[in-house]
Design a protein around this ligand. Structure first.
Ligand SMILES: *Cc1c(COP(=O)(O)O)cnc(C)c1O
Length: 495
């Protein structure tokens, strides 16, 4: 299996090289040159395995240049109960007849990003050995909140790496900010940017392709890589949990082997839902993929009209990890849908960067609508969903998951579809305590962050996640805020 770029179909690099580089030199994203297939029998067989071995099964189909031992090393270290608070790594919780929440936040930072960022450092350090790569890897991260902490945790004190995280000053929750700015480790740094997530992401993308910064790194015997979902090594572990959760549904007799399911994903950068699409292409029986957005509904409009237009107001919402107007991973989907035509992709994404807008062909739009349904909801609807889910099921869902639940409820009301449905639950409600408590009608005016954690614990009859409780006693290490124009300088000084 080789990897090519969405902007150069003739490229041919190995899986380990794609992971090391993160993004292709032409600015495109790495994609496998074919999607490996799995059978229903495979799915039945992996149901008997633990999560690490399920992951090994899927990963070995894509990273054919890694040996069995190497993949074992990655999966066993990443997916262990030393890092996750449940043996199953993920949990499937049924709410209502056809609705299942796939809880992906049992890792060390309480967000689904851990599913990929616990294993990415192993992929990378293994890849560096395989490629005889003797430079220091500098991981640059743009985060809307959860990726930053998950990446810092994954790479903390990993030999041969350094990690620098940029986050939007006012675009993350209080807990997300504390999680990042108190991070331990001698190889880490965290810096706030004046601007929103798109400014951070654009800044990082520019730095990746800036020749003068690259030269500076060469001099220091260092090179960039990415822990954002532009790195295929981030996407691959996300494909695993869709295959795995389908196997669990069959194993627990929630569905028959071969029965189609829907998958709903609260979406920002389009990475998580793209992973679900890859799972479908591999052979997991999927009916509809439902793309849920908050008030930043650029993807809803795109899927419904075929026109991607980022020229619109940016909203700061209570689901901040979805406050994104430029969804990077859409490029991978469109590359597949347009018949892997790199010229078409260059044209559309060129228009996106110059005019902020592009329209896809009718053919691509039809294919898009065949697999995807899209919807969105605002903060008020998100809050009333948190409340109604709690009233009906005594279950507290976080703000992002609640956007997905609301969009799913609207979809069912419109379509009457009774297909069993998995909703990706992407964060623990404890990460977004003040919004969640507010939705539940609790007056938080006189509570500090820790009082809020306790209150949510009392209301939901669940324990405060240990990693969040531990932050209380930690000192803030990183206090700097800079203009996005100063990011290149900041990076040079860090390296
Ligand atoms: C990152 C994130 C999302 C969005 O996921 P994408 O892969 O960027 O679409 C949704 N919810 C939470 C809690 C997240 O951290």
């Amino acid at each position: 299996m080789f990897y090519k770029s969405t902007r150069n179909s003739n490229l041919n690099v190995s899986g380990s090289m794609a992971v090391l580089k993160g993004i292709s030199d032409d600015g495109g994203l790495f994609v496998p040159n074919e999607i490996p297939k799995i059978t229903l029998d495979d799915i039945k067989n992996i149901a008997a395995l633990d999560y690490a071995d399920r992951a090994k099964f899927v990963i070995s189909k894509y990273f054919t240049d890694y040996t069995d031992e190497e993949i074992d090393h990655c999966t066993k270290n990443a997916y262990s109960t030393a890092n996750f608070d449940t043996d199953n790594i993920h949990e499937l919780t049924q709410l209502g007849d056809n609705m299942y929440l796939l809880e992906l936040w049992h890792g060390p930072t309480c967000a689904f990003k851990d599913m990929a960022l616990q294993i990415l450092p192993y992929f990378l350090t293994t890849a560096a050995k395989k490629q005889n790569f003797d430079k220091e890897l500098v991981i640059l991260v743009a985060t809307s909140g959860d990726t930053g902490k998950a990446a810092l945790t994954g790479f903390c004190d990993v030999e041969g790496t350094k990690i620098l995280v940029f986050y939007p000053e006012d675009g993350v929750s209080a807990m997300q900010k504390k999680q990042m700015t108190t991070q331990d480790g001698s190889n880490v740094a965290v810096c706030a940017i004046k601007g929103n997530f798109d400014d951070c992401q654009n800044g990082v993308k520019k730095i990746f392709t800036d020749d003068s910064i690259k030269a500076h790194l060469e001099n220091k015997m260092a090179a960039f890589s990415s822990a954002n979902s532009i790195n295929f090594g981030r996407l691959l572990p996300q494909i695993v949990y869709y295959v795995s959760s389908y196997a669990t549904m069959v194993d627990t007799e929630q569905i028959e082997l071969g029965e189609k399911i829907n998958i709903v994903v609260p979406t920002g950068n389009f990475g998580n839902i793209l992973a679900a699409y890859y799972a479908k292409l591999m052979g997991v029986p999927v009916n509809k993929l439902i793309c849920a957005s908050n008030a930043n509904n650029v993807l809803t409009d795109f899927i419904n009209t075929g026109v991607y237009d980022r020229n619109r107001k940016f909203f700061t919402t209570i689901s901040p990890s979805m406050d994104i107007l430029i969804s990077s991973n859409l490029e991978r989907l469109l590359y597949l849908l347009c018949g892997e035509n790199d010229d078409t992709i260059k044209e559309w994404f060129g228009a996106l960067s110059t005019e902020g807008k592009y329209s896809v062909s009718d053919d691509v739009k039809a294919k898009l609508q065949n697999d995807f349904v899209a919807g969105y909801c605002d903060d008020n609807a998100t809050k009333s969903t948190i409340k109604s889910i709690f009233d009906d099921y005594s279950y507290v869902a976080d703000t992002h998951t609640s956007v997905a639940i609301k969009v799913y409820e609207d979809y069912v009301n419109n379509s009457g579809d009774t297909t069993k449905t998995i909703i990706a639950s992407t964060a623990s409600p404890y990460k977004f305590c003040s919004s969640v408590l507010d939705a539940l009608g609790v007056d938080t005016a006189n509570m500090d962050d820790w009082a809020m954690l306790e209150k949510l614990s009392e209301i939901s009859s669940t324990d405060v996640p240990a990693p969040l409780a531990a932050i209380k006693s930690k000192a803030v290490r990183f206090k700097e805020t800079i203009e996005s124009d100063n990011m290149p300088e900041y990076v040079k000084n860090f390296v």
